[in-house]
Design a protein around this ligand. Sequence first.
Ligand SMILES: Cc1cc2nc3c(=O)[nH]c(=O)nc-3n(C[C@H](O)[C@H](O)[C@H](O)COP(=O)(O)OP(=O)(O)OC[C@H]3O[C@@H](n4cnc5c(N)ncnc54)[C@H](O)[C@@H]3O)c2cc1C
Length: 558
Amino acid sequence: MFIYKRLVESQRTDLQIDIFERSSQLGAGMPYSKAGACSEHVTNVSGNEIPELVTSLPEWIKNQPVDQLKPFQLDPSTISPYRVVPRLLFGQYLAAQFDLLQQQALVRGVDTQVHLNCPVIDIRDEPDRQQTWVQTTDQHWHCFDKVIICTGHYWPIRHEGKVPHYFDSPYPPTKLAHTFNHPVAIRGASLTAIDAIRTLARHNGHFEADATDRLTYHRAETSPDFKLVLHSREGLLPAIRFHLEEPLISQDDQLSPEMIAANRQQNQGFLSLDFVFEKAFKDAFRQKDPAFYARIRNLNLEDFVEQVMAMREQQDPFVLFANEYQQAEQSIHQRQSIYWKEMLAVLSYALNYPAKYFSAEDMQRLKTVLMPLISIVIAFVPQSSARELLALYEAGLLTLIPVGGDSEVIAHPQGGATYQYLDAENRPQSVYYHTFVDCIGQPHLAFEEFPFKSLLTGKTISPARLQYQSDEQGRAACQQGQEGVELSTDGKYYLKVPGLAINDDFQVVDQQGQPNPRLYIMAVPHIGGYNPDYSGLDFAEAASDRIGHRLLTDNPKA
Ligand SMILES: Cc1cc2nc3c(=O)[nH]c(=O)nc-3n(C[C@H](O)[C@H](O)[C@H](O)COP(=O)(O)OP(=O)(O)OC[C@H]3O[C@@H](n4cnc5c(N)ncnc54)[C@H](O)[C@@H]3O)c2cc1C
C-alpha cells in the first residue's frame, strides 16, 4: 500500500499498475486480518505512530457506524491518537485506505488492475528483453517492466499438521482458540508469545476487571490444569509501551547518508558499528539528558549492553514487568518519554538500513551483543496485554523459564514436544509438554527458502553476505568451520547472512554484484541479512520512499 501510495501521488499518468493479492482483500495483510489476528489482538502502535495514509486512524474510526465498532467494544468518543486499537479493526482501516488510494488513482488517471485471490507462484527475469515475468496460480505468465515483491510475512511449516498439538507459529490464532487442559509450552516471551497468550487465556478462562481496570484471571471449569509456560533467553520479559517523544522516526535524524559515507571512507568501505552507536544513540543524550549522558559517555557498546542487561537480570522478571508497567503508565499520563528506551528504538531503526555496510565482525557483534537487548526493550507491549500477563502471573498460571541458545525443542511424533535446556544450576532438564507453540517471531529466512524459484535458477538473485574486515579473523573463523563463513573467489573471507542481497534502493543484486533495475523487494523475511530489524509500518514507509524515488527517476515520463 505504501508503494502504491507513492506511485499514485507521483502524478504520473503513464503508469499501469497491477496488484496481485493472494487473499480476498487489499490492505489488511497478515497481521491485521484473520491470518494474524482475532478480536483480542491489538496493534503495538497508536494512531500518532502510523505514517501518513489518506485519513488518520482516529478520524476514520470516528466516522464508522457504531455497529462496526461493537465487536471491538470500542467507544468512538474514547479514541485518541495515543491509543492502540484492535488489529482486525486496524486491518479494516488499512483496507479502507487502500480503497481511497484506488479512488485517487482513478481521478488522477493511474490505471490500476487488482487481481484478488491470485497468488503469485513464480517470477522470472529476462535481462535481454528488459522484462520481468510473473506467474500466477492459473499458470499464466504476466509481463512487466518493473516488479516489486511485497509478499510480507511467512512462517515455514516444519512439524505443524504432522505432529498434533505442535504449532510452528501462533498464526492464524483461531487454531489456538480451544480448550487446553494442561500446561502449554511457549518458546519466546515477546509480542508473538503475547498473541498466543491472549487467545489461549480467553478459551481456557476469563479476565475480570475491577473499577481501576486491574485484571484478575479465572480458569474455566473445563480447564482446571491449564497453565502457560514461557521460555525466553536469559528469562527476560519485553518492555512496555510508553509515550514516544518522536513517534515517527526518520532515518536521517541521527545518521545522514553523508555521515555514513564519510565513516565508510575512513574505514575501508565498512560502516563502523561503534560509530553508529555513538552517533545514533549516545550523542542524542548530550542535550536531552545530560545526566544519562554522563553515565554512558565512556561506555562502549558491549559495556552499555552488559550494564542494562545486568540491571534486568538482577530482578525477578515479573516484578520488573510490574514496575515497568507503572513507569509506562506515568510516561503516557504525563506525555513524557522514557528517553533511553526511545533512543534504543531510534538506534535499532538507524542501523537497519545501512547494515549491509557492516563488516562480518560488526554484524556478529550486532547479533550477539546488541540485538538481544534491542529485541526486549523495543518490543513495546501494549498496556492491555501487560495487564493480562500480570493477571495470569498473579493467578499462578504464567511462568517463565530462562533457556540458553543451546536449548532444544524436540517434536514428539505422538503429539506435543519435549523442551530440553540447562537450568540455572547448569543441570540438564527435559520436560514434555502436551502442547507446544513456537512464538519466536518472524524468522529471517535463508536464501534457499526464497519462494520464486526461477529467480534462483536464473541466478537473478544472490545470497546476502558480508566481508570480514580482518582477513586474519575471517581465515580463523573459516578454519574453525564457523557456519556461513567462506573464502570467496576474490580471495576475501565472507559471512553469509540470511536472505537475498539488495542495494540501498531495495533492488535485488545478482552474483556479479549488479543491481537489477527491474526487480525490487521489500518483503522483510527474505531480506533479514541486510535488514536485520523487523520494523513495522515505519519500515514500509521508508522503503517505499527509496523504491518509489528510484523507480520514478530511472524512468522519467516520456
Ligand atoms: C502478528 C504481527 C503483528 C504486527 N503488529 C504491528 C503493529 O502493531 N505495528 C506495526 O507497525 N507493525 C506491526 N507488525 C509488523 C508488520 O510487518 C507490518 O506492520 C506490516 O504488516 C507488514 O506489511 P507487509 O505488506 O510487508 O506484509 P503482510 O502484512 O504480511 O502482507 C503481505 C501481503 O502479501 C500477500 N501475499 C503473500 N504472498 C503472496 C503471493 N505469493 N502472491 C500474492 N500475494 C501474496 C499476503 O496475502 C498479504 O496480503 C506486526 C507483524 C506481525 C507478524
